[in-house]
Design a protein around this ligand. Structure first.
Ligand code: GDP
Length: 478
C-alpha cells in the first residue's frame, strides 16, 4: 500500500513541493516520483484535515473462482449431453418429442410438461440428457461464447429427402467442434424412404456407415411410429461409453447456462447444465455478469431438488439478473465474492466495449504465425455454386506448409449467413465468399464478432491473397 508523492499531492489538491517540504520535516527524504507508505501519507493528509482510506482493490477473478483440474481418481462417469441437428423438416423436433414421450415417466408434479431447455431420459441405470433446442445454430452460438456442453450430435436425415444443405452444415459444425456424430435416418415409415441412398450421400461428407465399412453409426428410425428409438438410445450410450465421459461430482460446481428468461412471478430463471461438481441450493454463483445465491433448484420434471450433479440440467432461481445462454456458471465462496466478480466483469465489459477481441485476420496472419499463435488457418468458403466452393477448398488446402495447416472447415452454396459468421467466430476462422456476399444481418454480426469476410470474383485472387498473407506479403488495402 504505497502512493506516489505526486499522486498524493493531486488528491489533496496542494502543490507537490509543499508536500515534499512537509515530508522533509518528518524526516522523509524523497522526490515527487517516489512512493511513500500509507502510514506516512496518512500523517500528511491529517495536517490538511483529510481522511485517507486504502483503496479497496478488486481481486482478479481468477483468484476468486476456484476452477481446477480434477485428479483422475476423483472422476466418475457422467451422462452424455446430446444435441439433435439436421435439415429443416427432417424431424428433429418430432424425434425429441417422441424420445421424451417414450422414456420420460409422467409424475404427479407437473409430469412431462416442464420445458427447462433440456430433459433427462432414464435407460435402466443410465441417463441421457437431451438439449431441447435442436439445430447447429444454437450449438455453435454457445461455442462462440466459449461453452461446449454437447458430447454427442444426433444428425437427423429424412430417408425420403436425403442429405440437404443444412445437413451438410450440421456435419461441418459438429466436426469443427470435434463432437462425434450418430446418424438417425428418420421417416423410414414413409413409402419413399431410402436409407441406403442417405448412407451413400453421407459418404461424400466423410461419414461412412458401419455396414459400409466405416465407423459412423447410422440408426434407421421413425419419430412417428417410434421404430428404432430404443436402438438409437442404446447407440448413444455406447458412444458415450467409448468417450469415457467423466466428471468429479464432489467439488464446487462449474456449469453452462443453456437457457434463461425473466419469469413474471419468479424473477430471473436460468437453466444450467453442470459440468463439474454439484450445484446446491444455497450456493453463491456467478454466471457471466450475473450473480446470486441459489434460492431453489427445479429439475426437468418440475420437481424441486436440493442439488444437481454432472450433466444434469436444472432450473436456477435466485440470480440477480438474466444471464445469457452460453455463460459459464461457477459456485464461489460466498455472495459477496459473487457480487465482486460480477462488478469486475461489468467494469471489464465497459472497458472492452470498443476494444476488439483478437481474431485471426489476413492482415496480421503472418505475425500471428510467427508468434506461434496460429497453427491452423481455419477458413469457411461460400460460393455461388458447389463446384467453385469445392475447387477453392482444394486449392486453399494445398497451401498448407510446415508452419500452418490450412483447413477449410465448411463450404456451402449461397450468401454468407449469420450462422457462417457464428461458426467462424467459434472456430477462429475467416470467411471467403466467391461470387457471393454476406447478407445484412451477417455483415452486422461479422462487425460485432470481428470476423474477417473477404469476397472475390476470381478464384486465383483468393488463393493469392491467402498465400501472400501466410508469407506476410499481403498488399495493404486502401
Ligand atoms: P424439424 O424441422 O427437423 O424439427 O422437423 P419436425 O419434427 O417439425 O418434422 C417435420 C415434419 O415431418 C412434421 O410434419 C412431422 O410430423 C413429420 N415427421 C417427423 N418425423 C417423421 C417420421 O418419422 N415419419 C413421418 N411420416 N413423418 C415425420
Amino acid at each position: 500500500d504505497f502512493i506516489k508523492v505526486s499522486t498524493l499531492a493531486e488528491k489533496i489538491k496542494r502543490p507537490a513541493t509543499e508536500i515534499l517540504k512537509k515530508l522533509i520535516l518528518m524526516g522523509v527524504m524523497v522526490s515527487i516520483n517516489h512512493e511513500i507508505s500509507f502510514e506516512v501519507a496518512e500523517k500528511i493528509a491529517e495536517q490538511y484535515n483529510i481522511l485517507v482510506e486504502k483503496e479497496v482493490k478488486l481481486e482478479r477473478e481468477e483468484v476468486l473462482i476456484n476452477d481446477f483440474e480434477d485428479k483422475k481418481e476423483d472422476l466418475m462417469s457422467r451422462p452424455p449431453v446430446v444435441t439433435v441437428m439436421g435439415h429443416v423438416d427432417h424431424g428433429k423436433t418430432s424425434l425429441l418429442d417422441s424420445i421424451r414421450h417414450a422414456k420420460v415417466v409422467e409424475t404427479e408434479a407437473g409430469g412431462i410438461t416442464q420445458h427447462i431447455g433440456a430433459y433427462t431420459v432414464d435407460i435402466d441405470e443410465k441417463k441421457i440428457v437431451f438439449l431441447d433446442t435442436p439445430g447447429h445454430e444454437a450449438f455453435t452460438a454457445m461455442r462462440a461464447r466459449g461453452a461446449q456442453v454437447t458430447d454427442i450430435a444426433i444428425l437427423v436425415v429424412a430417408a425420403d429427402d436425403g442429405v440437404m444443405p443444412q445437413t451438410v452444415e450440421a456435419i461441418n459444425h459438429a466436426k469443427a467442434a470435434n463432437v462425434p456424430i450418430i446418424v438417425a435416418i428418420n421417416k423410414i415409415d414413409k413409402p419413399g424412404a431410402n436409407p441406403d441412398r442417405v448412407k451413400q450421400e453421407l459418404t461424400e461428407y466423410g461419414l461412412v456407415a458401419e455396414d459400409w465399412g466405416g465407423d459412423t453409426i447410422c440408426v434407421p428410425v421413425s419419430a412417428k411410429t417410434k421404430v428404432g428409438i430404443d436402438t438409437l438410445l442404446e447407440m448413444i450410450l455406447l458412444v458415450a461409453e467409448m468417450q469415457e465421459l467423466k466428471a468429479n461430482p464432489n467439488r464446487t460446481a462449474k456449469g453452462t447456462i443453456i437457457e434463461a428468461k425473466l419469469d413474471k412471478g419468479r424473477g430471473p430463471v436460468a437453466t444450467a447444465i453442470v459440468q463439474k461438481g454439484t450445484l446446491k441450493v444455497g450456493d453463491s454463483v456467478i454466471a457471466g455478469n450475473t450473480y446470486g445465491k441459489i434460492r431453489a433448484l427445479v429439475d426437468d420434471k418440475g420437481k424441486k431438488v436440493k442439488s444437481a450433479g454432472p450433466s444434469i440440467p436444472v432450473e436456477i432461481l435466485g440470480l440477480s439478473e438474466v444471464p445469457n445462454a452460453g455463460d459459464i456458471l461457477y459456485t464461489v465462496a460466498d455472495e459477496k465474492t459473487a457480487r465482486q466478480i460480477s462488478e469486475l466483469r461489468k467494469e471489464k465489459e465497459r472497458q472492452q466495449y470498443f476494444a476488439s477481441t483478437a481474431k485471426v485476420t489476413l492482415e496480421d496472419l503472418f505475425s500471428q504465425i510467427k508468434e506461434g499463435k496460429v497453427k491452423d488457418l481455419n477458413i469457411i468458403v461460400k460460393a455461388d455454386v458447389q463446384g467453385s466452393a469445392e475447387a477453392l477448398k482444394q486449392s486453399l488446402e494445398k497451401l498448407t506448409n510446415d508452419e500452418v495447416r490450412v483447413r477449410v472447415i465448411h463450404t456451402g452454396v449461397g450468401a454468407i449467413s449469420e450462422t457462417d459468421i457464428t461458426l467462424a467466430s467459434a472456430s477462429n476462422a475467416i470467411i471467403i465468399g466467391f461470387n457471393v456476399r454476406p447478407d445484412n444481418m451477417a455483415r452486422q454480426l461479422a462487425e460485432k464478432e470481428k470476423v474477417e469476410v473477404k469476397t472475390y470474383r476470381i478464384i486465383y485472387e483468393a488463393i493469392d491473397d491467402i498465400e501472400a498473407a501466410m508469407k506476410g506479403m499481403l498488399e495493404p488495402e486502401y
